[in-house]
Design a protein around this ligand. Structure first.
Ligand code: KG4
Ligand code: ZN
Length: 437
Protein backbone atom coordinates (compact mmCIF):
# COMPACT_ATOMS: atom_id res chain seq x y z
CA UNK A 1 0.00 0.00 0.00
CA UNK A 2 1.31 3.42 -0.96
CA UNK A 3 1.40 5.92 1.90
CA UNK A 4 2.11 9.61 1.86
CA UNK A 5 3.82 11.90 4.35
CA UNK A 6 4.39 15.64 4.01
CA UNK A 7 8.03 16.47 4.90
CA UNK A 8 7.73 20.26 4.74
CA UNK A 9 5.90 22.99 2.78
CA UNK A 10 7.24 21.75 -0.56
CA UNK A 11 8.35 18.13 -0.16
CA UNK A 12 6.25 14.99 0.10
CA UNK A 13 7.40 11.40 0.57
CA UNK A 14 5.42 8.54 -1.01
CA UNK A 15 6.45 5.17 0.37
CA UNK A 16 5.67 1.49 0.60
CA UNK A 17 6.62 0.24 4.05
CA UNK A 18 9.78 -1.95 4.08
CA UNK A 19 10.13 -1.52 0.31
CA UNK A 20 11.15 2.02 -0.70
CA UNK A 21 10.12 5.59 -1.36
CA UNK A 22 9.96 8.50 -3.79
CA UNK A 23 10.31 12.12 -2.66
CA UNK A 24 8.77 14.89 -4.69
CA UNK A 25 9.02 18.66 -4.51
CA UNK A 26 6.11 20.81 -5.69
CA UNK A 27 6.77 24.41 -6.69
CA UNK A 28 3.97 26.26 -8.46
CA UNK A 29 2.97 24.07 -11.41
CA UNK A 30 6.25 22.10 -11.33
CA UNK A 31 6.75 18.78 -9.64
CA UNK A 32 10.34 17.53 -9.31
CA UNK A 33 11.11 13.94 -8.45
CA UNK A 34 14.05 14.52 -6.11
CA UNK A 35 14.74 11.03 -4.77
CA UNK A 36 13.88 7.45 -5.65
CA UNK A 37 15.00 4.64 -3.38
CA UNK A 38 14.09 0.94 -3.31
CA UNK A 39 15.60 -1.49 -0.76
CA UNK A 40 18.29 -3.76 -2.26
CA UNK A 41 16.19 -6.94 -1.83
CA UNK A 42 13.04 -5.37 -3.35
CA UNK A 43 14.54 -4.11 -6.60
CA UNK A 44 13.43 -5.24 -10.07
CA UNK A 45 9.98 -6.16 -8.76
CA UNK A 46 8.09 -3.17 -10.19
CA UNK A 47 7.88 -1.12 -6.98
CA UNK A 48 9.54 2.02 -8.38
CA UNK A 49 7.16 1.87 -11.35
CA UNK A 50 4.19 1.52 -9.01
CA UNK A 51 5.22 4.48 -6.84
CA UNK A 52 6.00 6.75 -9.78
CA UNK A 53 2.84 5.79 -11.66
CA UNK A 54 0.82 6.62 -8.55
CA UNK A 55 2.47 10.06 -8.35
CA UNK A 56 1.89 10.74 -12.07
CA UNK A 57 -1.76 9.68 -11.99
CA UNK A 58 -2.45 11.91 -9.01
CA UNK A 59 -0.70 15.01 -10.35
CA UNK A 60 -1.84 15.25 -13.94
CA UNK A 61 -1.91 19.04 -13.95
CA UNK A 62 1.75 19.33 -12.91
CA UNK A 63 4.77 19.43 -15.17
CA UNK A 64 6.75 16.47 -13.79
CA UNK A 65 10.55 16.58 -14.13
CA UNK A 66 13.53 14.55 -12.93
CA UNK A 67 17.26 14.23 -13.40
CA UNK A 68 19.01 10.93 -13.99
CA UNK A 69 22.63 9.92 -14.47
CA UNK A 70 23.26 9.05 -18.13
CA UNK A 71 24.83 5.73 -17.14
CA UNK A 72 21.86 4.60 -15.08
CA UNK A 73 20.26 2.72 -17.99
CA UNK A 74 17.71 0.68 -15.97
CA UNK A 75 16.37 3.90 -14.41
CA UNK A 76 16.25 5.69 -17.78
CA UNK A 77 14.33 2.76 -19.26
CA UNK A 78 11.92 2.81 -16.34
CA UNK A 79 11.27 6.54 -16.79
CA UNK A 80 10.78 6.10 -20.54
CA UNK A 81 8.30 3.30 -19.91
CA UNK A 82 6.34 5.67 -17.67
CA UNK A 83 6.24 8.31 -20.43
CA UNK A 84 9.20 10.56 -19.54
CA UNK A 85 11.11 12.10 -22.43
CA UNK A 86 14.59 13.61 -22.44
CA UNK A 87 14.31 17.38 -22.84
CA UNK A 88 17.85 18.50 -21.94
CA UNK A 89 21.28 17.47 -20.63
CA UNK A 90 23.51 18.88 -17.91
CA UNK A 91 27.17 18.03 -18.43
CA UNK A 92 29.32 16.92 -15.45
CA UNK A 93 26.31 17.07 -13.16
CA UNK A 94 27.26 13.81 -11.43
CA UNK A 95 31.06 14.30 -11.03
CA UNK A 96 32.21 13.65 -14.61
CA UNK A 97 28.91 12.22 -15.77
CA UNK A 98 26.08 13.97 -17.59
CA UNK A 99 22.58 14.25 -16.14
CA UNK A 100 19.62 13.78 -18.42
CA UNK A 101 16.73 16.11 -17.66
CA UNK A 102 13.53 14.22 -18.34
CA UNK A 103 9.96 15.46 -18.41
CA UNK A 104 6.79 13.44 -18.15
CA UNK A 105 4.67 14.22 -21.13
CA UNK A 106 2.33 11.46 -21.92
CA UNK A 107 0.13 12.42 -24.82
CA UNK A 108 -3.52 12.52 -23.82
CA UNK A 109 -6.03 11.31 -26.37
CA UNK A 110 -9.68 12.17 -25.83
CA UNK A 111 -12.41 10.71 -27.96
CA UNK A 112 -15.17 13.33 -28.13
CA UNK A 113 -18.74 13.09 -29.38
CA UNK A 114 -21.05 15.92 -30.47
CA UNK A 115 -24.72 15.25 -31.26
CA UNK A 116 -26.60 18.23 -29.80
CA UNK A 117 -28.40 19.24 -32.99
CA UNK A 118 -28.15 17.93 -36.56
CA UNK A 119 -24.49 16.93 -36.81
CA UNK A 120 -23.22 13.54 -35.64
CA UNK A 121 -19.53 14.14 -35.04
CA UNK A 122 -16.71 12.17 -33.44
CA UNK A 123 -13.16 13.41 -32.99
CA UNK A 124 -9.92 12.23 -31.45
CA UNK A 125 -8.08 15.20 -29.94
CA UNK A 126 -4.48 15.01 -28.72
CA UNK A 127 -3.45 17.12 -25.71
CA UNK A 128 -6.50 19.34 -26.12
CA UNK A 129 -5.21 21.16 -29.19
CA UNK A 130 -4.37 18.72 -31.97
CA UNK A 131 -7.07 17.35 -34.27
CA UNK A 132 -5.95 13.76 -34.88
CA UNK A 133 -9.10 12.71 -36.70
CA UNK A 134 -12.57 14.22 -37.05
CA UNK A 135 -15.66 12.92 -38.80
CA UNK A 136 -18.83 14.99 -39.17
CA UNK A 137 -22.00 13.49 -40.54
CA UNK A 138 -24.38 16.34 -41.33
CA UNK A 139 -28.13 15.80 -41.60
CA UNK A 140 -28.66 19.15 -43.35
CA UNK A 141 -29.81 17.53 -46.61
CA UNK A 142 -32.63 15.78 -44.75
CA UNK A 143 -33.77 18.72 -42.60
CA UNK A 144 -33.70 21.26 -45.40
CA UNK A 145 -36.77 19.54 -46.88
CA UNK A 146 -38.63 20.72 -43.77
CA UNK A 147 -37.07 24.20 -43.58
CA UNK A 148 -35.39 23.50 -40.24
CA UNK A 149 -34.27 20.78 -37.86
CA UNK A 150 -36.99 18.24 -36.96
CA UNK A 151 -35.98 16.95 -33.49
CA UNK A 152 -37.50 13.47 -33.85
CA UNK A 153 -35.78 12.88 -37.19
CA UNK A 154 -32.50 14.29 -35.83
CA UNK A 155 -32.31 11.84 -32.91
CA UNK A 156 -33.21 8.85 -35.12
CA UNK A 157 -30.48 9.80 -37.59
CA UNK A 158 -27.94 10.16 -34.76
CA UNK A 159 -28.87 6.62 -33.68
CA UNK A 160 -28.33 5.28 -37.17
CA UNK A 161 -25.04 7.10 -37.69
CA UNK A 162 -23.20 7.15 -34.38
CA UNK A 163 -21.45 3.77 -34.62
CA UNK A 164 -20.54 4.36 -38.27
CA UNK A 165 -19.03 7.78 -37.46
CA UNK A 166 -17.17 6.29 -34.45
CA UNK A 167 -15.63 3.53 -36.58
CA UNK A 168 -14.65 5.95 -39.32
CA UNK A 169 -12.99 8.33 -36.86
CA UNK A 170 -10.94 5.54 -35.25
CA UNK A 171 -9.88 4.03 -38.55
CA UNK A 172 -8.85 7.46 -39.94
CA UNK A 173 -6.61 7.85 -36.88
CA UNK A 174 -5.50 4.22 -37.01
CA UNK A 175 -6.33 3.94 -33.31
CA UNK A 176 -8.46 1.76 -31.05
CA UNK A 177 -10.85 2.59 -28.18
CA UNK A 178 -8.18 1.16 -25.84
CA UNK A 179 -5.77 3.94 -26.90
CA UNK A 180 -8.07 6.64 -25.51
CA UNK A 181 -7.49 8.29 -22.13
CA UNK A 182 -11.06 9.53 -21.75
CA UNK A 183 -14.42 9.74 -23.49
CA UNK A 184 -16.14 13.12 -23.70
CA UNK A 185 -19.51 14.26 -24.94
CA UNK A 186 -21.77 17.30 -25.19
CA UNK A 187 -24.51 17.04 -22.54
CA UNK A 188 -26.07 20.55 -22.86
CA UNK A 189 -27.58 22.66 -24.34
CA UNK A 190 -29.36 21.17 -27.35
CA UNK A 191 -32.18 18.88 -28.45
CA UNK A 192 -32.69 16.35 -25.64
CA UNK A 193 -33.23 13.33 -27.89
CA UNK A 194 -30.16 14.17 -29.94
CA UNK A 195 -27.95 14.87 -26.92
CA UNK A 196 -28.96 11.53 -25.38
CA UNK A 197 -27.58 9.52 -28.32
CA UNK A 198 -24.04 10.87 -27.97
CA UNK A 199 -24.23 10.89 -24.20
CA UNK A 200 -25.29 7.25 -23.85
CA UNK A 201 -22.62 6.25 -26.35
CA UNK A 202 -19.79 8.08 -24.49
CA UNK A 203 -20.92 6.78 -21.09
CA UNK A 204 -21.07 3.21 -22.41
CA UNK A 205 -17.55 3.48 -23.85
CA UNK A 206 -16.32 4.86 -20.54
CA UNK A 207 -17.86 1.90 -18.71
CA UNK A 208 -16.55 -0.73 -21.12
CA UNK A 209 -12.99 0.61 -21.35
CA UNK A 210 -12.80 1.80 -17.74
CA UNK A 211 -11.72 5.32 -18.71
CA UNK A 212 -13.11 8.60 -17.35
CA UNK A 213 -16.22 10.17 -18.81
CA UNK A 214 -16.19 13.95 -19.28
CA UNK A 215 -19.33 16.03 -19.87
CA UNK A 216 -18.92 19.19 -21.92
CA UNK A 217 -21.18 22.19 -22.34
CA UNK A 218 -21.70 22.85 -26.06
CA UNK A 219 -21.08 26.60 -25.72
CA UNK A 220 -17.81 26.02 -23.86
CA UNK A 221 -17.02 23.73 -26.78
CA UNK A 222 -17.61 26.55 -29.28
CA UNK A 223 -15.26 28.84 -27.30
CA UNK A 224 -12.68 26.03 -27.05
CA UNK A 225 -12.56 25.78 -30.86
CA UNK A 226 -10.12 28.66 -30.37
CA UNK A 227 -7.72 26.30 -28.54
CA UNK A 228 -7.20 24.10 -31.57
CA UNK A 229 -3.62 24.84 -32.72
CA UNK A 230 -3.64 27.98 -30.54
CA UNK A 231 -2.88 29.07 -26.97
CA UNK A 232 -5.36 31.46 -25.32
CA UNK A 233 -4.32 34.66 -23.55
CA UNK A 234 -6.28 35.90 -20.55
CA UNK A 235 -8.20 38.03 -19.78
CA UNK A 236 -10.28 37.66 -22.92
CA UNK A 237 -13.73 38.36 -24.23
CA UNK A 238 -15.54 35.73 -26.20
CA UNK A 239 -18.27 36.58 -28.69
CA UNK A 240 -20.49 33.56 -29.29
CA UNK A 241 -22.65 33.75 -32.38
CA UNK A 242 -24.57 30.58 -33.16
CA UNK A 243 -28.00 29.23 -34.02
CA UNK A 244 -29.15 29.42 -30.40
CA UNK A 245 -26.83 32.00 -28.79
CA UNK A 246 -25.46 35.49 -29.08
CA UNK A 247 -23.37 36.14 -25.99
CA UNK A 248 -20.48 38.28 -24.82
CA UNK A 249 -18.52 36.50 -22.10
CA UNK A 250 -15.61 37.88 -20.11
CA UNK A 251 -13.05 35.26 -19.05
CA UNK A 252 -10.48 36.45 -16.49
CA UNK A 253 -8.84 33.02 -16.59
CA UNK A 254 -9.75 29.52 -17.64
CA UNK A 255 -12.08 29.02 -14.67
CA UNK A 256 -13.72 32.43 -14.28
CA UNK A 257 -16.34 33.49 -16.77
CA UNK A 258 -18.93 36.23 -16.54
CA UNK A 259 -21.80 36.88 -18.95
CA UNK A 260 -21.62 40.53 -20.00
CA UNK A 261 -24.59 40.38 -22.31
CA UNK A 262 -26.81 38.13 -24.41
CA UNK A 263 -29.53 38.44 -26.97
CA UNK A 264 -32.83 39.62 -25.53
CA UNK A 265 -34.81 37.70 -28.16
CA UNK A 266 -33.59 35.71 -31.19
CA UNK A 267 -30.05 34.44 -31.68
CA UNK A 268 -28.17 35.84 -34.66
CA UNK A 269 -28.03 32.46 -36.47
CA UNK A 270 -31.76 32.02 -35.97
CA UNK A 271 -32.27 35.48 -37.51
CA UNK A 272 -30.08 34.60 -40.53
CA UNK A 273 -32.12 31.40 -40.96
CA UNK A 274 -35.42 33.28 -40.72
CA UNK A 275 -34.37 35.93 -43.24
CA UNK A 276 -33.28 33.14 -45.59
CA UNK A 277 -36.68 31.48 -45.22
CA UNK A 278 -38.50 34.74 -45.97
CA UNK A 279 -36.43 35.03 -49.14
CA UNK A 280 -37.09 31.39 -50.11
CA UNK A 281 -33.50 30.27 -49.49
CA UNK A 282 -32.66 26.79 -48.22
CA UNK A 283 -31.91 25.83 -44.59
CA UNK A 284 -29.46 26.57 -43.01
CA UNK A 285 -29.88 30.11 -44.18
CA UNK A 286 -26.68 31.69 -42.88
CA UNK A 287 -24.30 30.55 -45.63
CA UNK A 288 -26.91 31.28 -48.34
CA UNK A 289 -27.56 34.82 -47.10
CA UNK A 290 -23.80 35.39 -46.98
CA UNK A 291 -23.42 34.15 -50.55
CA UNK A 292 -26.09 36.52 -51.91
CA UNK A 293 -24.81 39.45 -49.83
CA UNK A 294 -21.45 39.10 -51.54
CA UNK A 295 -22.86 40.54 -54.78
CA UNK A 296 -25.33 42.95 -53.22
CA UNK A 297 -25.29 46.64 -52.34
CA UNK A 298 -26.44 48.22 -49.11
CA UNK A 299 -29.58 49.88 -50.48
CA UNK A 300 -32.31 48.87 -48.01
CA UNK A 301 -32.61 50.98 -44.88
CA UNK A 302 -32.55 48.83 -41.74
CA UNK A 303 -33.77 49.81 -38.26
CA UNK A 304 -31.26 50.92 -35.63
CA UNK A 305 -30.75 47.97 -33.26
CA UNK A 306 -30.71 48.32 -29.46
CA UNK A 307 -28.46 51.36 -29.42
CA UNK A 308 -28.05 51.44 -25.62
CA UNK A 309 -25.40 51.23 -22.92
CA UNK A 310 -25.83 47.49 -22.29
CA UNK A 311 -23.86 44.61 -23.82
CA UNK A 312 -27.08 42.92 -24.91
CA UNK A 313 -28.18 42.16 -28.44
CA UNK A 314 -31.53 42.07 -30.19
CA UNK A 315 -32.40 40.59 -33.58
CA UNK A 316 -36.18 40.25 -33.60
CA UNK A 317 -36.75 43.86 -34.76
CA UNK A 318 -34.62 43.47 -37.86
CA UNK A 319 -36.19 40.09 -38.58
CA UNK A 320 -39.71 41.59 -38.47
CA UNK A 321 -38.53 44.54 -40.57
CA UNK A 322 -37.26 42.22 -43.34
CA UNK A 323 -40.44 40.17 -43.12
CA UNK A 324 -42.69 43.26 -43.46
CA UNK A 325 -40.57 44.72 -46.22
CA UNK A 326 -40.76 41.58 -48.37
CA UNK A 327 -44.46 41.13 -47.61
CA UNK A 328 -45.30 44.74 -48.55
CA UNK A 329 -43.32 44.55 -51.79
CA UNK A 330 -45.10 41.31 -52.72
CA UNK A 331 -48.47 42.93 -52.03
CA UNK A 332 -47.54 45.71 -54.42
CA UNK A 333 -46.57 43.08 -56.96
CA UNK A 334 -42.85 43.91 -56.70
CA UNK A 335 -39.91 41.58 -56.25
CA UNK A 336 -37.20 42.52 -53.77
CA UNK A 337 -33.58 42.54 -54.84
CA UNK A 338 -32.46 39.56 -52.75
CA UNK A 339 -28.76 40.29 -53.08
CA UNK A 340 -29.15 43.90 -51.94
CA UNK A 341 -31.49 42.90 -49.12
CA UNK A 342 -29.06 40.23 -47.86
CA UNK A 343 -26.23 42.76 -48.01
CA UNK A 344 -28.23 45.43 -46.16
CA UNK A 345 -29.31 42.90 -43.51
CA UNK A 346 -25.79 41.52 -43.06
CA UNK A 347 -24.26 45.00 -42.76
CA UNK A 348 -26.81 45.93 -40.08
CA UNK A 349 -26.32 42.84 -37.90
CA UNK A 350 -22.53 43.02 -38.30
CA UNK A 351 -22.57 46.66 -37.17
CA UNK A 352 -24.67 45.63 -34.14
CA UNK A 353 -22.18 42.89 -33.19
CA UNK A 354 -19.28 45.25 -33.64
CA UNK A 355 -20.65 48.15 -31.61
CA UNK A 356 -21.49 45.96 -28.58
CA UNK A 357 -18.25 43.94 -28.75
CA UNK A 358 -16.14 47.08 -29.12
CA UNK A 359 -17.85 48.69 -26.14
CA UNK A 360 -17.21 45.60 -23.98
CA UNK A 361 -13.52 45.42 -25.00
CA UNK A 362 -12.97 49.10 -24.21
CA UNK A 363 -15.00 49.22 -20.98
CA UNK A 364 -13.27 46.13 -19.56
CA UNK A 365 -9.88 47.04 -21.06
CA UNK A 366 -9.49 43.57 -22.57
CA UNK A 367 -6.92 43.06 -25.32
CA UNK A 368 -7.87 39.63 -26.66
CA UNK A 369 -11.08 38.69 -28.48
CA UNK A 370 -12.28 35.23 -29.47
CA UNK A 371 -15.20 34.50 -31.74
CA UNK A 372 -17.10 31.26 -31.72
CA UNK A 373 -20.16 29.49 -33.11
CA UNK A 374 -21.60 28.75 -36.55
CA UNK A 375 -22.05 32.41 -37.54
CA UNK A 376 -18.35 32.99 -36.82
CA UNK A 377 -17.68 31.18 -40.11
CA UNK A 378 -19.16 34.21 -41.94
CA UNK A 379 -16.29 35.90 -43.80
CA UNK A 380 -17.80 39.39 -43.65
CA UNK A 381 -18.31 39.23 -39.88
CA UNK A 382 -14.77 37.83 -39.40
CA UNK A 383 -13.25 40.63 -41.50
CA UNK A 384 -15.22 43.47 -39.94
CA UNK A 385 -14.50 42.28 -36.37
CA UNK A 386 -10.81 41.98 -37.27
CA UNK A 387 -10.78 45.55 -38.63
CA UNK A 388 -12.49 46.87 -35.48
CA UNK A 389 -9.95 45.07 -33.27
CA UNK A 390 -7.03 46.42 -35.26
CA UNK A 391 -8.43 49.93 -34.77
CA UNK A 392 -8.43 49.65 -30.97
CA UNK A 393 -5.24 47.58 -30.55
CA UNK A 394 -6.95 44.31 -29.66
CA UNK A 395 -5.74 40.92 -30.83
CA UNK A 396 -8.44 38.72 -32.33
CA UNK A 397 -8.42 34.96 -32.80
CA UNK A 398 -10.82 33.38 -35.24
CA UNK A 399 -10.99 29.58 -35.37
CA UNK A 400 -10.60 27.79 -38.67
CA UNK A 401 -14.04 27.89 -40.37
CA UNK A 402 -14.51 24.13 -40.09
CA UNK A 403 -14.29 24.40 -36.27
CA UNK A 404 -16.94 27.18 -36.07
CA UNK A 405 -20.01 25.12 -36.97
CA UNK A 406 -20.87 22.11 -34.80
CA UNK A 407 -18.04 19.57 -34.56
CA UNK A 408 -16.60 17.18 -31.96
CA UNK A 409 -13.03 18.58 -32.15
CA UNK A 410 -14.10 21.59 -30.10
CA UNK A 411 -15.67 19.22 -27.54
CA UNK A 412 -12.35 17.34 -27.21
CA UNK A 413 -10.52 20.67 -26.81
CA UNK A 414 -12.94 21.73 -24.04
CA UNK A 415 -12.68 18.34 -22.31
CA UNK A 416 -8.86 18.42 -21.97
CA UNK A 417 -8.56 20.95 -19.08
CA UNK A 418 -11.38 19.06 -17.31
CA UNK A 419 -9.35 15.88 -17.76
CA UNK A 420 -6.27 17.52 -16.22
CA UNK A 421 -8.37 18.78 -13.30
CA UNK A 422 -9.96 15.32 -12.98
CA UNK A 423 -13.42 16.84 -13.34
CA UNK A 424 -15.01 13.61 -14.43
CA UNK A 425 -18.76 13.12 -14.68
CA UNK A 426 -20.91 10.37 -13.24
CA UNK A 427 -22.34 7.69 -15.49
CA UNK A 428 -25.88 8.76 -14.60
CA UNK A 429 -25.30 12.20 -16.16
CA UNK A 430 -28.39 13.28 -18.05
CA UNK A 431 -28.89 15.54 -21.06
CA UNK A 432 -29.91 19.14 -20.36
CA UNK A 433 -31.64 21.03 -23.12
CA UNK A 434 -30.75 24.36 -21.52
CA UNK A 435 -27.73 25.11 -19.38
CA UNK A 436 -25.28 28.00 -19.39
CA UNK A 437 -21.53 27.64 -19.10
O1 KG4 B 1 -22.94 26.72 -33.99
P1 KG4 B 1 -23.87 26.12 -34.96
O2 KG4 B 1 -23.32 25.16 -35.99
O3 KG4 B 1 -25.03 25.40 -34.23
C1 KG4 B 1 -25.54 25.87 -33.03
O4 KG4 B 1 -24.95 25.53 -31.97
O5 KG4 B 1 -26.50 26.65 -33.10
O6 KG4 B 1 -24.58 27.35 -35.69
C2 KG4 B 1 -25.55 27.17 -36.66
C3 KG4 B 1 -26.00 28.52 -37.13
C4 KG4 B 1 -27.15 28.44 -38.12
O7 KG4 B 1 -28.13 29.37 -37.73
C5 KG4 B 1 -26.49 28.85 -39.43
O8 KG4 B 1 -27.38 29.47 -40.33
C6 KG4 B 1 -25.42 29.79 -38.98
O9 KG4 B 1 -24.92 29.20 -37.79
N1 KG4 B 1 -24.35 29.94 -39.95
C7 KG4 B 1 -24.04 31.11 -40.56
C8 KG4 B 1 -23.00 30.81 -41.48
N2 KG4 B 1 -22.71 29.48 -41.37
C9 KG4 B 1 -23.54 28.97 -40.43
N3 KG4 B 1 -24.55 32.33 -40.43
C10 KG4 B 1 -24.05 33.31 -41.20
N4 KG4 B 1 -23.07 33.11 -42.11
C11 KG4 B 1 -22.52 31.90 -42.27
N5 KG4 B 1 -21.56 31.71 -43.15
ZN1 ZN C 1 -23.30 24.93 -31.95
Amino acid sequence: MIEEIKLNEFDTKYFIKDVGYVIIRKLYEHLDITDVFINEDKRRQGYAYKLLKFIIDNNLNYKIMLEVNEINIPAINLYKKLGFKKINERENYYKDKTALIMEYSKDIYILAIESSCDETSVSIVKNGCEDVSTVINSQIDIHKNYGGVVPEIASRKHMENITIVLDECLSKANMKFEDMDAFACTYAPGLTGSLLVGLECAKTLSLIYNKPFIKVNHMLGHISANKINNTLKYPLISLIVSGGHTDLILMKDENTSKYLGSTLDDAIGECYDKVAKILGLEYPGGPNVEKLALNGKNTYKMPVILNDESYNFSFSGIKSHVNNLVHNEHQRGNEVNKEDLCRSFQDAVTEHLISKTKKALIDYNVKYLLIAGGVASNSHIREELSKMCEGIGVEIHVPDKKYCTDNATMIGAAAYPLYLKKEFAALDTNAKSNENI
